[in-house]
Design a protein around this ligand. Structure first.
Ligand SMILES: [Fe+2]
Length: 300
């Protein structure tokens, strides 16, 4: 197993809180609440170590009642590694900033909209699997959320792999799926990738069965960014990926996060798929979250 190379910030600023940090599991699938901690201040080393231990164990961490500026969120994110840039662009053509906004607010009207530009978020995926080096961790901070709904679902892909019949585990053991931004746009019915985006993000392949670098556990690494499987007929590969995804995303493998205002939720993209749920009135209620992503490592 690989050793973590993370360097933690150290400070006494949060020390009075840290001794009371509680980790409360919220489901058997994934997820734990971390209570009594203020993420707007630098954290001492042992607090970050406690957070990392909980992250490895529970895959999804929920910090309640946080009030973070974008700068504070960026600073907290840097505790876990290098911040990942984004292939997407703002309407004015500029790259998305390190802390970018996930929103259903229309740029022109300033009002909530159900326009399909964010549809990709509502399909099962693991962040940036179309990169040769995909995301380790994603953080979302709930700034403005609907009175109900707008949940985020997480699927435990260790459990999904473990539930497969052993013959199927053997069949897929050495297969590699092809992931691309172009396939992602196609699979979600989104605006096709531009020529420039295709050049910037050419297809990459990753093992379908990956090993978690911290725990050695195997998981399925698939989702909406995939198009086919290397070395087998395209339609056959696509069908196998669909079959695996359907089996994986059975309700018993899913944790549903119901957002509370101020939640900072972070998760492990190496062993989870996630998606948003449109279970709210998208054209009526605001849903605004601030997002940061930590660069990971080559899946193996
Ligand atoms: Fe995502």
């Amino acid at each position: 197993m690989r050793q973590s190379r993370r360097v933690f910030q150290t400070s006494k600023a949060n020390e009075h809180i840290v001794n009371q940090i509680d980790v409360n599991k919220v489901s058997d699938v994934a997820g734990a609440e971390i209570l009594n901690i203020n993420l707007s201040k630098p954290l001492p080393k042992f607090a970050l170590e406690k957070i990392m231990k909980a992250f490895t164990q529970h895959h999804v961490l929920i910090f309640r009642q946080q009030n973070l500026s974008k700068i504070e969120q960026e600073s907290f994110t840097r505790n876990f590694g290098e911040i990942e840039g984004h292939v997407g662009r703002l309407p004015n053509g500029q790259r998305l900033p390190n802390v970018h906004t996930v929103t259903n607010i229309d740029n022109l009207t300033g009002k909530p909209t159900a326009a399909p530009h964010t549809d990709g978020n509502y399909h099962w995926h693991t962040d940036k699997s179309y990169h040769a080096v995909p995301s380790l961790m994603t953080l979302l901070h709930a700034v403005d959320i609907p009175p109900e709904g707008g949940d985020t679902l997480f699927c435990n892909m260790h459990m999904a792999y473990d539930a497969l019949p052993s013959e199927q585990q053997k069949k897929i053991a050495n297969l590699r799926a092809v992931h691309s931004w172009e396939a992602s746009r196609k699979n979600t019915g989104n605006i096709p990738a531009t020529e420039k985006q295709r050049r910037e993000r050419p297809p990459v392949s990753h093992p379908i069965v990956c090993t978690h670098p911290e725990t050695g556990q195997k998981s399925l690494y698939i989702g909406m960014h995939t198009s086919h499987i290397e070395g087998i007929p395209e339609i056959e590969g696509k069908n196998l990926l669909d079959e695996l995804l359907e089996a994986a995303t059975t309700s018993k493998n899913i944790y549903r996060h119901k957002w509370q205002s101020g939640d900072l939720v972070l998760w492990d993209n190496r062993c989870l798929l996630h998606r948003g749920d449109k279970n709210f009135k998208m054209d009526k209620h605001r849903r605004i979250l601030h997002r940061t992503v930590v660069k990971g490592m080559v899946p193996f």
